[in-house]
Design a protein around this ligand. Structure first.
Ligand code: NAP
Length: 260
């Protein structure tokens, strides 16, 4: 795998799955815009690690649920390196709410979740397209979820946003094919990041983790690093004839357990 001479933006890459994706691209020689929303120190730390690994990186603070910030993020890549080859749309949000509690979600919840999980990837791609079409190997990787494949997960609004991201991935792959821009999505199952830890604390996090292990044929749960390979596969030339695809990365969880 070789990202030398290539420039990537990874949204939400100061932590978790996005941080590991940024580090993976840098490890293979790429230049990365590391994006954070609020934690500048974490963004700077990932930049330092990218440089240690032999890549180059800059940290840019931007809430990508704001359209203007998507434009700013793309401009940051162009100002720094004059090109853009790869966009990993990773930043996401949720509200944890039981699916049978219909009063637990209001219009604002849907709007906030859709703004980051669906509209931000669209806006990023829209801003990136004129630059990416000049690349010899342009690729977009959307970080979706098994929630969007099966209508499961933290809330109905979250599952619906990721389901919409999955169909947008197919639509955009078709629309941008003429520009040779590939668009694919990785759909992780449970990943043991701060996403759950911050929401529930350590004790409940461990319970969720054990529960997920128990319903997964491989009897293991993923860490952020386990999602990196599939992201880099889609980002790289290794998948140069693959577009519009959703890759479930869940240790077999969606298969369900054997009947006996
Ligand atoms: P995480 O560890 O909580 O990290 C979230 C990252 O996104 C941080 O760098 C955060 O920056 C950034 N971020 C948050 N809001 C942002 C915004 N408005 N604009 C730009 N950046 C923002 O999360 P994660 O578990 O790695 O999740 C990453 C993606 O994977 C999400 O799209 C999520 O839906 C998806 N996913 C996660 C799981 C899972 O089990 N964890 C499963 C399936 C799919 P700050 O710290 O500065 O806010």
């Amino acid at each position: 795998m070789d990202f030398s001479g290539q420039v990537a933006i990874v949204t939400g890459s100061s932590n978790g799955i996005g941080a590991e994706a940024a580090l993976g691209i840098a490890r293979h020689g790429g230049k990365v815009v590391v994006n954070y929303a609020s934690n500048k120190q974490a963004g700077d730390d990932i930049v330092a690690q990218c440089k240690q690994l032999g890549g180059d990186a800059i940290a840019v603070g931007a809430d990508v649920s704001e359209d203007a910030n998507c434009k700013m993020l793309v401009e940051a890549a162009i100002d720094q390196w004059g090109q853009l080859d790869i966009v990993v749309n990773n930043a996401g949000t949720t509200k944890f709410m039981n699916h049978d509690d219909l009063d637990g979600l209001d219009k604002t919840d849907f709007e906030q979740i859709y703004a980051l999980n669906l509209i931000a990837p669209y806006q990023m791609i829209k801003q990136a397209r004129p630059h990416m079409k000049k690349s010899s190997a342009p690729s977009v990787v959307n970080i979706s979820s098994v929630a969007g494949v099966r209508g499961i997960g933290s809330s109905i609004a979250y599952a619906a946003s990721k389901g919409a991201l999955n169909t947008a991935t197919m639509s955009l792959a078709r629309a941008l094919g003429k520009d040779k821009i590939r668009v694919n999505a990785v759909c992780p199952g449970f990943v043991g990041t701060d996403w759950f830890l911050n929401a529930f604390g350590e004790e409940i996090f461990n319970q969720i983790s054990e529960g997920q292990k128990a319903v997964t044929p491989m009897n293991q749960v993923a860490g952020a690093k386990d999602i990196t390979g599939p992201i880099l596969f889609f980002a790289s030339r290794f998948s140069q004839h693959v577009t519009g695809q959703l890759l479930v990365v869940d240790g077999g969880m969606l298969l369900g357990m054997p009947a006996s």
